[in-house]
Structure formats: C-alpha cells, structure tokens
Design a protein around this ligand. Structure first.
Ligand SMILES: NC(=O)c1ccc[n+]([C@@H]2O[C@H](COP(=O)([O-])OP(=O)(O)OC[C@H]3O[C@@H](n4cnc5c(N)ncnc54)[C@H](O)[C@@H]3O)[C@@H](O)[C@H]2O)c1
Ligand SMILES: [Zn+2]
Ligand SMILES: [Zn+2]
Length: 371
C-alpha cells in the first residue's frame, strides 16, 4: 500500500456561517485527489428530497475500497467528496415521504442506496438501482463525517434492534453482505467443498465466516499478511497460505491431490490474485470475484475453456442484510471479533494510517466513534 499524503486544509471556502449563528457546519473526511485527504469543515447536510433522511453518525469505519479511492483506482471520485460508506447512527430528520423511520431511530446505514421500486430493485439487484446503487462516499457524500444524508431512506437504512452491539452491526453495512453475496452465494459454496479465499482482509474474513453456513470441508485462506492469516485461523480457516513465503499454487495442488479447489473467492482486487484463482480452480469450479479492480486482468481462456468453470462478478446488493442481522443477533457469527482498533471520529486521519498499514499495525477493522 502506498503511503498516504496528508494535506491539512483550512475551512472549505463554500462553508458560510449561518445568519442565526447556529452550527450548520460539521467535520468530515474529504478526498482531494489520489493520496490527498483532510479532516475539515463541511456544510451539515440537509434534506433535498422527501425520501431522504439525515443520520447523525455514531460509529463508522474504513473499507479497503476507501484505500482504492485513495490510491486513485476510482478516478471518478470528485475532489471534495466526503468518503465512507459504512456506519450506524441515529436518525436526525426524515423527509415527508419516509415512513419506515423517524427521528431518534437507531439505524444501520447500508453501503448501497436503493429505491426499492425500479426494475433492478425489483430483481433484488439494489447495486444497480436506477436512482442509487453504490453512490455513498463515492458519487455522493458519505459516512466518515458527523452527519450524512441518506437518499431513499426507507430502503437504504435498517432498524437496529434494541440492546444490540452496535459496533458489531457496522459490519453489516458492507463487509458481511459483500463477503456473503459476492463470495459465498455467487461462488455457490456447498457442503464438502474445498474453498480458497484469496485475501484475508475484512472482506475475505467476512466470506470465511459466512461460507461456514454451508459446511464446506476445507477453507484455505491466502494472503501475505501473517497476522491476518493467523486471525483467519481463529475464525475457522482450515489451512493458511502466506503467498509471500510459499508458492500458493503448489501448496493448493498438494492439498487437493492435484485437483484444485471447488470455489476460489478473490477478495483483494489486483491482477495477481485473480490470476491465482484461475490457476487453482478445479474442473466445474466457481471463481467468485469480490475485489474492486483498477487494472485489466488476463483471462486465460486457453486453459479454462474446457474446464466447465463459472466466473462471477458482483457489486454487493445488500439484499441479505436482514438475514445476516439475524445470524449476528443469534451469535451464529460474531463480527465484533473483526474489530482490532478504536479511534474517535476526529482521529480518522490516524485511523487511515493504521488501516493503510494493516500488516505492521495488526489491523483488521477499525471503528471510529463520534462524540
Ligand atoms: N464487490 C464489492 O461490492 C465490494 C465491496 C466492498 C469491498 N470490495 C473490495 O474487496 C476487496 C477487499 O476489501 P478489504 O476491505 O478486505 O481490503 P483490504 O485492503 O483490507 O484487504 C486486502 C487483503 O489482500 C491482501 N493482499 C494484497 N495483495 C495480495 C496478493 N498479491 N496476494 C495475496 N494477498 C494479497 C492484503 O494483505 C490484505 O490483507 C477490495 O478490493 C475492496 O475494494 C468489493
Ligand atoms: Zn466498503
Ligand atoms: Zn431502485
């Protein structure tokens, strides 16, 4: 991971003191082009449509995708954008058309915004909602801030049951549905399967946790970060491979008697790891890509054309959030164990340093708590 360059900024010029003197500004983590970000004043968001809600952030976190944005892998992200797409909060204000939520409700913010009414939403493909999809902290301002505006609040927020561990529920904004939908469901993990998960970051670990719903025989985690691999072992990985120290292809072939794996889940987002998935897949297997890719990758049809494999891609739809919430409530999975670091929200720049140097810092998921 490249070092991130911090550029502390003065107040944004567009922030004007309101006439009545009331606080109409807030603090937010703002992207200013590859490698540049700052914690600065921004206008507090207001309702723009009757279907909006304004949510006061209680807890948020940083995603591997935010690191891709910082690297410049997603050049469509505008200078001045507040990033972050995960979190829990309290509803501060709702538009006149919001019927599921009211001021004071505790909510999970989904990383995907969805109207629930368009053709794609009706198919359960919220990620491609005609008036939403993944826009939060990407095309519109996101959650690494004191307040966030959530469009289509009725379908894009989830109520938090009373007495819940709200930190654990931050993992439901993105990582658990992503690992489950893009990795486990698309990979069609079945009882007795041998599954390889390439990437033992939060998303890879979310795939590891949710793959176990289906009782695969073996789950092999591959990464270059020894600490994350050791953590994966405590979460149910049956084998770990440090691909910095050993040849992952040879080890997988030895483990599988030369057959390869039934499911290869790509949870990194670089060419080398998708190529690895193509090398280790058994005939009839599924390669389920999760990673956000900023560079093209070679598809080896010259070897794969005859192997009856399936390759899937997916932007998380978050349609499984209610189901996953039940598994967290019943402690079938305990995502709070992914949390390695806590920061106050106003220390978000330090949190990026920690998450961006995960191997050195032994970081998996960081939690940022607002005052
Ligand atoms: N499809 C979606 O909807 C969706 C949603 C969220 C996140 N993502 C993507 O999922 C990916 C993982 O997210 P994360 O938060 O876990 O990221 P992360 O950066 O925390 O973790 C990535 C892991 O990959 C490992 N790694 C890097 N290069 C490697 C290599 N060559 N071989 C083996 N391991 C390697 C790193 O050590 C790290 O542990 C990212 O690309 C992210 O953008 C996709
Ligand atoms: Zn994310
Ligand atoms: Zn829609």
């Amino acid at each position: 991971m490249e070092a991130l360059v911090y550029e502390p900024r003065e107040k944004s010029p567009e922030v004007k003191a309101p006439a009545n003197g009331a606080a109409k500004t807030m603090k937010a983590l703002v992207y200013h082009g590859p490698g540049k970000k700052s914690w600065e004043d921004k206008p507090k968001p207001g309702l723009t449509k009757p279907t909006d809600a304004i949510v006061k952030i209680l807890k948020t976190t940083i995603c591997g995708t935010d690191l891709h944005i910082m690297k410049g892998d997603l050049p469509e992200v505008a200078d001045g954008r507040i990033i972050g797409h995960e979190g829990v909060g309290i509803v501060e204000e709702v538009g006149s058309a919001v019927s599921n939520f009211k001021k004071g409700d505790h909510v999970i913010i989904s990383c995907v915004t969805s109207c629930g009414k368009c053709e794609y939403c009706k198919k359960g493909m919220y990620s491609h909602c005609a008036d939403g999809g993944w826009i939060l902290g990407y095309m519109i301002d996101g959650t690494q801030a004191e307040y966030v505006r959530i469009p289509h609040a009725d379908n894009s927020l989830y109520p938090i049951p009373a007495g819940s561990d709200e930190e654990a529920l931050v993992m439901l904004s993105d990582i658990l549905p992503t690992g489950f939908e893009c990795g486990v469901l698309n990979g069609q993990v079945k009882p007795g399967d041998i599954v390889a998960i390439v990437g033992s970051g939060p998303i890879g670990v979310a795939a590891l946790l949710t793959a176990q719903f289906y009782s695969p025989a073996e789950i092999v985690m591959i990464d270059m970060d020894e600490n994350r691999l050791n953590v994966a072992k405590t979460f149910g990985a049956t084998h770990i491979i440090n691909s910095a120290n050993e040849n992952a292809i040879e080890t997988i072939m030895r483990l599988t008697n030369g057959r390869g794996v039934d499911v290869a889940i790509e949870a990194v987002g670089v060419p080398a790891t998708f190529e690895l998935c193509q090398e280790i897949i058994a005939p009839g297997g599924h390669i389920a890509n999760i990673g956000v890719h900023g560079k093209s990758v070679t598809l080896h049809l010259e070897t794969l054309w005859s192997r009856n494999i399936t390759i899937t891609t997916r932007l998380v739809d978050t349609v499984t959030t209610p189901l996953l919430l039940k598994t967290v409530q019943s402690k079938k999975i305990e995502p709070n164990k992914l949390i390695t670091h806590h920061f106050r929200l106003d220390r978000v720049m330090e949190a990026y340093e920690t998450f961006g140097n995960a191997a050195k810092e032994k970081a998996l998921k960081v939690i940022l708590t607002a005052d």
